[in-house]
Design a binder for this molecule. Sequence first.
Ligand code: ADP
Length: 327
Amino acid sequence: MTATIENLSATEIEYTSAAPATAGVQAPCDPAVSTRCLVKRYRDGTEANRGIDLDVRRGEVVAILGPNGAGKTTFLRQLTTELKPTSGSISVFGVDAIAEPDRARRLMGITPQEAGVFETLTVQEHFELFARLKRLSKREAREGAREVIAELGLSNEIHKRVGALSGGQRRRILIGLALLGRPPLLILDEPTTGLDPSSRCAVWGVIRRAVADGATVILSTHYLEEAERLSDRIGVIKSGSLIALGTLEELLERVNRSYRLSYRDPFDPAGDLRVRHYSSFAQAQQHIARELLTEYSIARATLQDVYFALTGEPFDQDETEVSEVTR
Ligand code: ADP
């Protein structure tokens, strides 16, 4: 059966049912999104979010990082109004998203972590259908669809059935659907998980263009590189709490890890690469001189270092982290 607006069920269209957005948007000095004391306790008692306060400025990209099960998806699903918070508040461009979820949702483009596509539709039909669901006119739907398809690098696939596309191409379609109608807020749950490098770059390009056009973006990711490249600020959620939020520089300062020294222990040359962190270059050099190191490198610390300091979870499996941070 070919999917049409009439025979789609409410749940099938739920995740993209945002309409062109704007009514009721308040003064530009207000944050785009603001949460206060956001708590989500599931029925089985799991407290997945434990009082999250977050302000996201207009036009900003905020990436949310955290270990598996930390509460990132729960947080984003409350922002998109898919889940009702146990307590706390959410404001989206001044709209109370708990009291007026439909109104808030009209301001968002959403890409959930998992969502189906209509396999029998061609790429163009898929986009036009969802553009119409967002109440764009036929002409706007056609033009909007072409524009987003080109941005996503899917122009060669425009007449292919969605069922015949690769996993990465389908994921790109889901990102594209969130962009239709140019909503002022994009909420993207792991937008590039499972994508090959070229698809990932295409998605980054699309997100950057949306931001250049004024969109605000909140995304979760498992890729530190994605967070570093795309976001203005990075938030880290651990065990349901937002334990850090800031630019990379601010986070590095906070954990006193500006420089990373990687070295081999001269008394264990076949052993693992070791890592220490210092708040200054000179301190790293002192360690090299003191320990008579011959095989080493000093680099500016990265988000990987911050992430380890904050969560206790390493990203690089080849290195043995020395627990002490030398200041
Ligand atoms: P993340 O996105 O960071 O991996 P989630 O928000 O998916 O984390 O999950 C946070 C916690 O809430 C986990 O302990 C998870 O098992 C639990 N959880 C998620 N969804 C449900 C649910 N529907 N019912 C009960 N517990 C849930």
